[in-house]
Design a protein around this ligand. Sequence first.
Ligand SMILES: *Cc1c(COP(=O)(O)O)cnc(C)c1O
Length: 396
Amino acid sequence: MSEMKKYMEKAEASILKTYNRFPAVFEKGEDVYLVDMDGKKYLDFGAGIAVSALGYSNEQYKNALKNQVDLLLHTSNLYYNKPAVEAAEKVVKASGLDKVFFTNSGTEAIEGALKVAKKYAYDKDPSKEYEFVAMHHSFHGRSQGALAVTGNSHYQDGFVPMGIRAVFAEFNNLEDVLSKITDTTCGIICEVVQGEGGIYPAKKEFLEGLRKVCDEKDIILIFDEVQCGMGRCGSMFAHDLYGVKPDVMALAKGLGCGVPVGAFVTNEKTSKSLVPGDHGTTYGGNPFATAAVSTVFDIFESENIVENVKEVGAYLYEKLEELKEKADGIVDHRGMGFLQGLEFDAPVSPIVNEAFAKGLLLISAGSNIIRFVPPLVINKKHVDDMIAILEEIIVK
Ligand SMILES: *Cc1c(COP(=O)(O)O)cnc(C)c1O
């Protein structure tokens, strides 16, 4: 038995079975490729689920982490630390929002955002029990609170009741959202581009309508930019493309480019809702994680990452449109930048598995959709290579 096979067997013997994994043990990354224990190289169009935005060989990023390991890993939030301050300033400047709370994951960023909205409403009127309007087909994470606003029973079944009250409306249907708002609605939460739900971008009128009703009724508007933010859609944050600002924004995935870190970011109106004692985390915002965040922002600027997403993302769009014409079974192509989806008329797992065998990592979003979320540093040649492999599989 190969060494790699042995590791896979040991994994199944010791790691809780919550995933059906692809048969590879990845040992290292190079550029935008992953290499398994047998030395097989894979072109990565999944980026660890939209995380590894800088690919795997950014020296500045690696050196910043190595440097921080030598200096200091952790202090707790009882004290200040330099990287957290620098990272927070960069998030605030890039977003135009007011304050940041660093978390360890996207789920925790959502939890914090929900607590901000509940507390804001409670401070105005503590006599009510508040609820959220969330969207069908959304995905916000796996804790009981984040699950409660995730509009997909597939994730919720077996775990009800949950700690947050939520009603669900159809995404991009403003009338439906308006009909779900009551005097106990404290927040509306949505992704700007639905990721796990199948790569559905919001319509401009929809986000503008949400902003308007939230302003009129003093409801907190939360944008989940965990997947679509950090340059992935061709602007620093996806909502920049729409000119609509949230009251609270959740970030993670590309924020640390591989170091586990998330954040929720508040505007001036919501920055005072959580006060000492209301919220906390032991690890969150530690020097190691925030050194990653701080360096990621520096590199985004010095290497014009967002420009690359715009340019190569448009190229990817063109190539996928061509492929859609050539191949049978593609029913839709959606998205922007490096968050694009191809919807097929049948489950895509056979295509994804064949691509895997040919050294191309693709991931799905829902059963019939291939999601393209490569590192943000790929070039046109990588797109051509990916398309060539995909074409081999689907153009008969
Ligand atoms: C991945 C994701 C989350 C959850 O993030 P984790 O880091 O897995 O907890 C939340 N919202 C969206 C939109 C996501 O894509």
